[in-house]
Design a protein around this ligand. Sequence first.
Ligand SMILES: [Zn+2]
Length: 1037
Amino acid sequence: MSQQGYVAAPPYSQAQPGMGGYPSGYGGPPPQPMYGHYGAPPTGVAKGPVATPPPVSQYGSPMQQNGAHPQRIQPPSAVSSPYGQPPQVPYQSMAPQSLPPAQQLSNQMSGMQISGYGQMPMQPTQGPPSSAPQHPLQPGPPQMMSQPGPPHMMSQPGPPQMMSQPGPMVPGPQTQPLGSPPPMGAAPPMTGMAAPPMGMSGPFSGPPPMGGAGFQQSPGQMQPQGFPQQPGPYGGPMAAPQPGFPGAFPGGASQMAGPPQKKLDPNSIPSTTQVIEDDQAKKGGQLYTTNVRGQVPPLVTTDFTVQDQGNASPRFMRCTSYTFPCTSDLAKQCQVPLATIIKPLATIPKTESPLFMVNHGETGPIRCNRCKAYMCPYMQFMDGGRRYQCAFCNCVNEVPAFYFQHLDHMGRRMDVYERPELSLGSYEFIATLDYCKNNKPPSPPAYIFMIDVSFSNIKSGLVRLVCEELKTLLDRLPREDGAESSVVKVGFVTYNKVLHFYNVKSALAQPQMMVVSDVAEMFVPLLDGFLVNFTESRAVINNLLDQIPDMFADTNESETVFAPVVQAGVEALKAADCSGKLFIFHSSIPTAEAPGKLKNRDDRKLVSTDKEKTLFQPMRGVYEQLVKDCVSQGCCVDLFLFPSQYLDLATMGDTPTHTGGSVYKYSNFQVEMDGENFLSDLRKDVEKPIGFDAIMRVRTSTGFRATDFHGAVHMNNTTDVEMAAIDCDKAVTVEFKHDDTLSEETGALMQCALLYTTVGGQRRLRVHNLSLNCSAQLSELYKSCETDALINFFAKSAYRAMLNQPLKTVRDILVNQTAHMLACYRKNCASPSAASQLILPDAMKVFPVYMNSLMKTLPLVSSSELATDERAYQRLTVLSMGVEDTQLLLYPRLIPLHTMSVDSDAVPAAVRCSEERLTDGGVFLLENGRSLFLWVGQSCPPDLVQSLFNVPSLAHLPPDQSSLPDLDNPYSKKLRSIISSICEQRSNSMKVLVVRQKDRPEVLFRQQLVEDKGLHGGASYMDFLCYVHREIRQLLT
Ligand SMILES: [Zn+2]
């Protein structure tokens, strides 16, 4: 693991320059990201001639096919409640049309100013050091070296500490490998930190970096900055000696057992909450204008307003670094992955302007003849405005006559500010027929609700709950902006071992059911009357929804099919010639005799073996074909699961995660406990902004190109990202590689074009442009890194890699790459200092805590105590997450409530995710975007308990409390207001789980304290940092 040098060592130097090729496999088959290739057009699963399928049986009125049976369960009545309006991506509407993306070439770009990006010290605790932002600290306590303990294995040069002192260093900005142009950015002089990194090349000018040496007792005034010195024997709370990589995964990195270490003061290591607070303080509430190339945006956690001035908002595109290295050698050397996380339909706050629409009529969007890039602010007009040079491939194109415009004295078109495509980073084009399937306008999409009516769903009350909810929910189907009603059609299917289709044509007095029991050759038994307009068929549909729960009330059928259900949905959309979404409410592993039948393969003995990966690999065959069929029809699958035991989520979740869909899981579902959460998820899902039958293409300027894509997508070739649908929460992480040298002058440009069908049936092209800087200096790259984006990339690539490699290998690679990235910084960008000092780039100072947290997530942790489906579930959900989601998942917010002021609306500042921050007398709220915990300390004051829970003491609190009483006192009101505001911001619901200190459920809560040692393996943040530090030192020797 640590043997190789970090400079382009074997595993890394492979395939990808940027982030490395995880040794064989990591990253899957190179060119074809998803699974193997799904070749040509689907042919496949039973597709009966649409026109003639003979219904197997037809009944005039609803009736049930499965015999009647005992066991009638009185389903609870449905709960319904109002909910907030969903985020909308507004844009003007116009005529429809469309077209297919094209090729990419590359090229160069035209002037945008070079930004100096002066990074500022974000932390009060920053080291005085050198200019380049960095954070010295010394986890592997320098002392430790001279410590009693067993010596290091690393051949650390002598007594590190000694080198101390400013030796050669001089105060001031730090030196940089050879004079590169000084960044224009203003570097905040204070704190050294931001100092012009490059500029001064002279041997260190500037304050001694952290005291330079081991212990860095920095002299006098320097002290306050930088990580505080550790007092002699570190006084931190946990003083016990720690072995090398305590808590390491079995067989994992821990072999590197080192000497016992003493703890540093936990306050001295970089704090995520501090970084978040500092960014908020500095950039919060401000306007972020996108007119500067390579500008690093505020953190995802910061509240800011974007003004598009030529580059896409960070809400749409966020990069791992805003400065790309000029050469692939540099990229390989630093191992920093070059990637962009794109959320093309991201919701924009109301305070920001919606995307403008561009309509060039029948001509369609203007594109480069050669690379097919769309007109954008980077194109250079010339020749009096008659021609323009493509910024991506350099091809010179004629300007179409209708588009001609004179240039001003600066060479800019006179109409530059009147045309969104010439002045903005993001906009939409109305697509022409060329962009539509078969050259004809698309039909509006359809939503098909497919309810598993087998025994367990009936018994739990789920079927009745869904049916009740749909009566009101269908009034809220998404609609085109400005449209009075939705044109989305709806259809209904129920199923167990057989499928029941319903004719709900408005002319009928009663709905009609048609049963298809031959699930091997799925077809849709009726065309007319299956997909209808809800408003027109409201009476018949409500009638049906009233009847369904009763029709199956006595069922004792416990077997289900699954693949045929999805196939039926695809066939129905095919017959109607439209795209759409299937909402499937399913409870058990599909064991009935049918294509795609699954069996229990949950063998926990495989955990921690080389075969563990098979637990996460979906079954192929039928399911592989199903994905192809879905994607080619624009059929997105959303799966709502209600399991009481293993159901092979890895396989069942495969279709949703390759069709732009979502998987929701409610284990051991109980209407009273989970009903409201489920309904909240369903409502958000039905209403959310979404585009169908989408295809995305990322073009780049010359010198680099998109090579890999992670997300709920399907790839038929190496460049077109196909998504049956994509909604406002789905993000695609795109990795880039060099194929030539990039120029500092022209920078690196990327253009993401998403062609899709709106919920109103219009074909649109959404274009996002982003320009980055390029530099021959690695220090520039490190300054422009975005930790939250980096960790999103690592999470997705590791979760993909685990399908092909043993988990231990994946974890080792993550640790290795962390050390490589930081060692390269240390070697090339940081001021010389003692090896015992850990120096982190300012922009990545909390990267280790996120990386360590990632390795402790359920999918990567390898514990046979964990439910396989739960691990598979988390793996799949992360694959399509945006940066905000992965940030919160990997570093939850821990909010102290006992000290909050009820007089203000402010949410108390979060504290570090560690047990040490908890207090017996306190109450804390923890959220990670997926779950919400309310932790109550043992000695919480009775009056606070009374105010929040309406019980006299903690002892009176029911053990499985999952809601808060609605009480009329300021504490209760404030807490509920905090919770509801949190839930509003998330794409999925979160049930509040109240845990008392020392109660059993506390384990779930403690798993979220990511700075602590993992309950199922995995080091504490402190130990991980020490370990990484040792790795770095070894790499540097
Ligand atoms: Zn071009």
